[in-house]
Design a protein around this ligand. Structure first.
Ligand code: DPP
Ligand code: ZN
Length: 868
């Protein structure tokens, strides 16, 4: 397996000015005819330069160059490359290939999902359809004719505009599509199936009427309304916030059940995992509704950040993904609650990206090398990439950031560019120097920032002493100091903001630096990294009292939540030390209980934020604080803390649960969602006490539930209890929903994450359930993925049964779908952070995985890095 390096990037040797594709779809194969107009790139190629295209898993049927039929000896076809040894400066080339979509279990290229043909070409799937320079800097005009059986596949779709349709002999028909915009091959798409659509229109800022269509299987027609609403919101938002108008006259979305990713932004024809389209309040949770709104918007925003301006090479992936995640985060913030969105994103970043940054797959936001590109659709590229854009917008200010974005679109529309082009444009538009800031793209690892205060009350001088370090890793042994934006405010003893000229944005650029505030004669509390102004690990000298004060009084809602987290972490750390010393745990500290109580008061005014503040960090988030992870200790201590709190607040919790009970299931306004989230959180606290009366109470909530949000929340709580209601509820839920695959995914997940202390037996048994299948990525994620990543006690069962189970699934999956298999492997990435027994068992499984016959490149890359 070869490694590709950014430093080796060269321009393509041949350009493809246009490609006319024709697909003949049949039950056991598809014929793909591709007619290309080819032009030598004289900047780097000459008459001696062979033409080399990518091709994979396809049979070449015929090759015609300039009307001349070539024999197999006149072109090369080996090692996934198609070669013409000598070609003229410009010529036409027609290649016909035969592929087997029906056998394509990797779900990359052209494949079948149920009765529907669909494509996924990002990153390198187009080469599994036809021979082509399958790289994002080759931008081409596409047309596409699809022919298929009319009865089985009445709907035939591709990118761009529909030119013509008609009937053919033998019950077949065709559709001819043409995309006026040049695009890289990864944005090509085709769909053929028996689908129905819901339709709507959107009037753009220049009064153009756009047709909007969402295609689904007939039984799902009544579940698309929310996705359509989200699409129209996203279109209006992008006009208002970024001045971006949609360009084609038609925008199509297709939902399919079998999909490796969340969704795909193909030009004018997004293909979606049905999980991010289909929703009704009976079948989808509030989190699902939010997820749909966010992903629909994300793919829509790609039309400008990704499609109109695309990537020079895959190392630049964050150019479109970091930027588009930033855009979808801003959209969600504007549509709902900025603070709540920020908290959710930071939790994800800390638990997922920080852990990636400290493991064997650590890489910069702009990676320097990869073996398999699909392994680099990571939280570092996406979420840390979005943080980098957020910091740029903070440093520039929103007005100059917008000017920078305008200039970016103006300069690079229709081009394939780099993250460096982006940063340079931001500098050009704003006059701000981002020289040192560029390290965020090239240096891996999470910086640690320490803040220590010295306050001289006599002179009224408050000094904040900052220091930063980033631990070395394989990418860079020594790390340079980063440009870290620190958003700062000062609070007086009553929680009022102190006006001081040094409040606001502080630029930490050196290893150590101090910020001095004058005229602060009284005790005050600094609030730093407001809104999580930089993706760093923060250490402070706050006392528990300071944290409780910030949790109650900070005017920055994110920092109120973060102070609560720090308070919980400290309490957990204290308890963890006790369990490790085998001392009795005693009780929960009174100041933590008092702080929780106070937050419960606050939850009356902002329920959504209240629910976040009252949520304990999960076991992964806690583990991330320790170099050596004590699986049982963390589990035990967290349960202890949760129960301690529950005992204390039981009565008040019951009152709030009742108060929030009245919201109608059909109401999916943010306020209604907030009520449900607070109520269900408190039900979970009560359930953690696990008495028979609590079990009856939660079971009653389960039976009364009229929305999926409430139903799954009660089921989740029950599934962690010892009551017999657990089995009854799980069975009842299954029988009620067995026809709806997205709901059955939830049923698998609930059980996959519960009762890790019972070992891995339940999940092994579930993998034998008739509804479990390795063929459907959502199902694999819902059982095996949830178990691996969200059930530390189960996955890390000391006897190793969890490891063996997951490794077995990885090995089986690697034969059919390497992308999904490789995702699961990363569950073993942190093996060196566990005790000796677990280390050796995990290492053993990694070795077993890599010694199977021909592991995929995807799995090989992750495992070899983990074992290194
Ligand atoms: N479909 C994936 C995304 O939108 C990859 N482009 O992030
Ligand atoms: Zn994306």
């Amino acid at each position: 397996h070869t490694i590709k390096y950014l430093k080796d990037y060269r321009q393509p040797e041949y350009w493809i000015d246009s490609i006319d594709l024709q697909f003949d779809l049949h039950e056991d194969h598809a014929l793909v005819k591709s007619l290309m107009k080819i032009r030598r790139n004289n900047e780097i190629a000459d008459a001696q330069t062979p033409l080399v295209f990518d091709c994979e898993a396809l049979e070449i049927v015929s090759v015609i160059a300039e009307d001349m039929i070539l024999c197999p000896g006149e072109y090369g076809h080996e090692n996934n490359k198609f070669t013409l040894f000598k070609v003229p400066e410009t010529f036409t080339l027609e290649i016909t290939t035969r592929i087997k979509p029906q056998d394509n279990t990797a779900l990359s290229g052209l494949y079948r999902s149920g009765g529907t043909f669909c494509t996924q070409c990002e990153a390198e799937g187009f080469r599994r359809i036809t021979c082509f320079p399958d790289r994002p800097d080759v931008m081409t005009t596409y047309s596409c004719i699809i022919t298929a059986d009319k009865e089985k596949y009445p709907v035939l779709l591709s990118n761009g505009n529909l030119i013509e349709t008609g009937d053919l002999d033998h019950g077949r028909h065709y559709a001819h599509w043409k995309d006026p915009f040049k695009k890289p091959s990864y944005l090509f798409a085709l769909v053929a199936g028996n689908l129905v659509c819901i339709e709507d229109t959107f009037k753009t800022c220049s009064n153009r009427l756009i047709d909007l269509r969402i295609y689904v299987e007939p039984e799902n027609k009544d579940k698309c309304g929310h996705a359509m609403t989200a699409l129209k919101q996203a279109m209006a938002w992008d006009e208002e916030k970024f001045g971006r108008e949609y360009d084609l006259d038609l925008y199509q979305i297709v939902a399919v059940n079998d999909f490796n990713m969340g969704a795909m932004e193909n030009k004018g024809l997004n293909v979606f995992n049905s999980k991010y389209v289909l929703a009704s309040t009976e079948t989808a949770t509030d989190i699902d509704f939010m997820g749909i709104q966010g992903v629909i918007a994300h793919e829509y925003f790609h039309n400008w950040t990704g499609n109109r301006v695309t990537l020079k090479n895959w190392f630049q992936l964050s150019l479109k993904e970091g930027l588009t995640v930033f855009r979808d985060q801003e959209f969600t913030s504007d549509m709902n609650s900025r603070a709540v969105k920020r908290i959710a994103d930071v939790r994800k970043l800390r638990a997922g990206q920080f852990s990636e940054d400290s493991g064997p797959m650590a890489h910069p936001v702009r990676p320097e090398s990869y073996m398999e590109m699909n392994n680099f659709y990571t939280m570092t590229v996406y979420d840390k990439g979005a943080e980098v854009i957020r910091m740029i917008s903070l440093i520039l200010g929103s007005e100059r950031f917008r000017q920078g974005m305008d200039l970016y679109f103006e300069k690079f529309d229709g081009m394939a560019v780099t993250t460096e082009d982006f940063v340079a444009t931001m500098e050009e538009a704003s006059g701000v120097d981002l020289g040192q800031f560029r390290l965020w793209y090239s240096q891996s690892g999470t910086p640690r920032v320490k803040m220590v205060q010295t306050h001289d009350l006599q002179t009224g001088t408050l000094t904040l002493n900052f220091s930063q370090t980033t631990p070395g890793d394989k990418n860079q042994k020594e790390k340079s100091a980063m440009h870290i934006p620190v958003q700062i405010g000062l609070l007086d003893k009553d929680g009022n903001e102190i006006n001081n000229p040094n409040c606001g944005l502080f630029h930490l650029k050196t290893k150590t630096d101090s910020l001095v505030f004058e005229n602060v004669p009284e005790k005050c509390i600094p609030s730093i990294f407001r809104g999580f102004s930089a993706p760093v690990k923060i250490e402070t000298d706050y006392s528990d009292t300071d944290l409780a004060f910030l949790m109650a009084r900070d005017t920055d809602p994110f920092n109120r939540w973060d102070a609560a987290q720090q308070l919980y972490f400290r309490e957990i750390d204290r308890l963890l030390e006790k369990t490790q010393k085998k001392e009795p745990l005693g009780g929960v500290s009174p100041h933590v209980l008092a702080a929780f109580d106070l937050a419960l008061d606050g939850a009356h005014t902002d329920r959504a934020l209240g629910a976040k503040i009252l949520t304990l960090p999960d076991e992964n988030e806690i583990g991330e604080n320790y170099e050596n992870i004590d699986v049982e200790g963390i589990h035990r201590v967290r349960c202890f803390l949760k129960q301690g709190i529950a005992q204390q607040v039981r009565e008040r919790a019951m009152a709030i649960i009742n108060e929030c009970a009245s919201v109608p299931a059909s109401d999916i306004s943010f306020a209604a969602m907030a009520k449900r989230s607070l109520k269900n959180l408190l039900i979970a606290y009560v359930g953690s006490l696990d008495t028979p009366a609590d079990a009856d109470f939660v079971f009653e909530k389960f039976n009364q539930a009229d929305s999926m949000t409430d139903e799954i929340a009660a089921l989740t709580t029950l599934s962690q209890m010892t009551t017999d209601h657990r089995t009854v509820a799980l069975e009842r839920f299954y029988n009620k929903w067995k026809k709806d695959p997205l709901v059955i995914d939830k049923w698998f997940s609930v059980q996959a994450v519960a009762r890790g202390d019972h070992g891995a037996g339940e999940v092994v048994k579930l993998s034998g359930h008739p509804d479990f299948s390795l063929k459907n990525p959502n199902r694999v994620r819902s059982l095996v993925g949830a178990f691996t990543f969200q059930n530390p006690m189960g996955f890390h069962t000391p006897g190793g049964e969890g490891y063996t189970f997951v490794a077995d699934q990885i090995i089986a999956l690697d034969r059919s779908n390497p992308q999904i298999s490789a995702r699961l492997v990363s569950g073993f990435n942190h093996w060196k952070r566990y005790d000796k027994n677990r280390q050796s068992r995990m290492q053993q499984e990694l070795k077993r995985i890599i010694t199977i016959q021909k592991p995929s490149r995807d799995v090989y890359e992750i495992v070899s890095k983990a074992l290194d």
